[in-house]
Design a protein. Structure first.
Length: 476
């Protein structure tokens, strides 16, 4: 018997785990993939929304604004990159101005600070590369950008350091009510727990419907993106939205915290909960609609494309809290946009409910802070000299595109919940994220992985499971 099982190690599950780790509870996170941040959390816009879009009174509105306000302190405590670059919503005609004003009023009701509508010369003074067709725009200074990988990993590592256990490659196949709490059945073993947190992304409806007669229905919504080189990173300084539709916030253009430029996503409702492939039609749509906002966007500098799935519950809002007819079963379901922005607030709220349910007491030795892997590319000469003096591996560059060193990669593998795959190293260090997309550095990263994990190179994967990187026989 454990106290709490969390299904899903995305940003929401890890935020809840970290908050629960403040209390005297045994917490176990079950994740079907080989690492944290392998689902929706790894393939999104990397935006911290201001909170003006959601309807007032919804969970999305409340959690977004509260999560946004928590982000500065959280990024300092857990040492992940976050910037308040501000966001802009573009209006292309006088006929649409009323809709922009409605968005402003909605944001005010939601408690978003600093909103204002901009017209005239200030439009292109703020963003010179915007279309000349822009007539007005809503400015939200509290909007921001973040690294979703670093944020999720930071939450998970801090939870782990405070006693939370993680079990990867663990697929939940069934949940049933037990005499006290629940029995969770996986492929390899059964677990019993006093409470469950359902943070399973696009699969959260499946688990809810195993124990509750109030069914959920989640539709995967695929969003495709184009990522451009760092040479394009200064094309805009704010996050640029078009006016939202019923399918979402439209095609955006944004800088990233790492200096790239990102355009997307599309919004296509599909039935396959695993369909994260990109399509010619989707990428053509990104191209066409991004150029409406900024005709000269340098899409010729694209270095990769990707897609992710958003978990859209049919009622259109987050589903949060204890299921009405399943005591001890807590949903964090339907977490689509603005889920990344909302995760810290969802973590606090749901942890509070669980702690009250289980009568848990606070720990006296909770450690709130965590340090990230030193980043050589952003170090001063003095910092770099000290790093190399502490470990000469920090002077050996492995990934030329992103200037990632052997020391950083070894740190990523050796640290709590360390990398076990090529993508695991990539998410923690950015080795392979640059212009050549692992073309140069992957053999050396694989060599380090095999050595540090004491495994055959033939067993290494790109992202766990069947994604083997090599085939063939080694020499006798």
């Amino acid at each position: 018997m454990t106290d709490v099982i969390i299904i899903g190690a995305g940003v929401t599950g890890c935020a809840i785990a970290r908050e629960l780790s403040r209390y005297q509870l045994e917490v176990l996170v079950l994740e079907r993939e080989e690492d944290v941040c392998c689902g929706t959390s790894k393939a999104n816009s990397a935006i911290i929304h201001a909170g003006f879009d959601a309807q007032p009174g919804t969970w999305k509105a409340r959690m977004n604004v509260e999560g946004n306000r928590m982000m500065d302190a959280l990024s300092r405590e857990l040492d992940f990159p976050f910037q308040r670059n501000g966001s802009l919503v573009l209006c292309f005609s006088e006929d649409q101005l009323g809709e922009l004003e409605e968005l402003y009023e909605r944001g005010v009701k939601n408690g978003v600070y600093g909103l204002r509508i901009i017209r005239g010369e200030e439009i292109h003074a703020l963003e010179p590369n915007l279309s000349p067709e822009v007539r007005a725009m809503l400015y939200a200074p509290t909007g921001g950008i973040v690294c979703p990988f670093k944020m999720t990993i930071a939450l998970a590592e801090n939870a782990y350091e405070n006693g939370v256990q993680f079990s990867f490659h663990t697929t939940v196949e069934g949940i049933s009510k037990a005499s006290e709490g629940y029995c969770v059945r996986t492929r390899d073993k059964d677990y019993t727990c006093r409470a469950i947190v359902n943070a399973a992304g696009v699969h959260a409806d499946v688990f809810n419907n195993m124990v509750s007669s109030h069914p959920l229905h989640i539709t995967p919504r695929r969003g495709e993106y184009i990522l451009m080189d760092k040479k394009a990173g200064s094309f805009v300084s704010h996050t640029i939205f078009q006016q939202p539709t019923r399918l979402g916030k439209g095609i955006l253009i944004t800088p990233t915290v790492h200096g790239n430029l990102l355009a997307g996503p599309t919004a296509e409702d599909i039935s396959d909960k695993e369909a994260t492939d990109t399509t010619a039609e989707g990428l053509a749509q990104v191209t066409e609609k991004a150029r409406l906002s900024a005709p000269q966007i340098p899409l010729n500098m694209a270095i990769t494309s990707f897609s992710g799935l958003r978990a859209c519950e049919e009622k259109g809002d987050f589903v949060l809290g204890e299921a009405q007819d399943a005591p001890g079963f807590f949903n964090a379901a339907g977490i689509d946009s603005p889920g990344l922005s909302s995760a810290p607030a969802i973590g606090v709220m749901l942890a509070g409910q669980i702690v009250e349910k289980l009568h848990a007491e606070k720990k006296q030795d909770f450690h709130a802070e965590r340090k990230d892997i030193p980043c050589v590319s952003q170090s001063t000469p003095e910092e770099l000299e000290a790093l190399i003096a502490s470990d000469p591996a920090y002077g050996n560059v492995i990934c030329r595109c992103e200037t990632v060193t052997e020391g950083e990669i070894l740190n990523a593998i050796r640290r709590p919940l360390g990398a076990r795959s090529l993508d695991g190293v990539k998410r923690r260090t950015r080795a392979g994220m640059g212009r050549c997309q692992s073309g140069f550095c992957s053999p050396k990263v694989m060599e380090l992985l095999a050595r540090e994990l004491d495994v055959s190179p033939l067993s290494l994967t790109k992202s766990g499971g069947a994604s083997l990187l090599l085939s063939g026989k080694t020499k006798e």
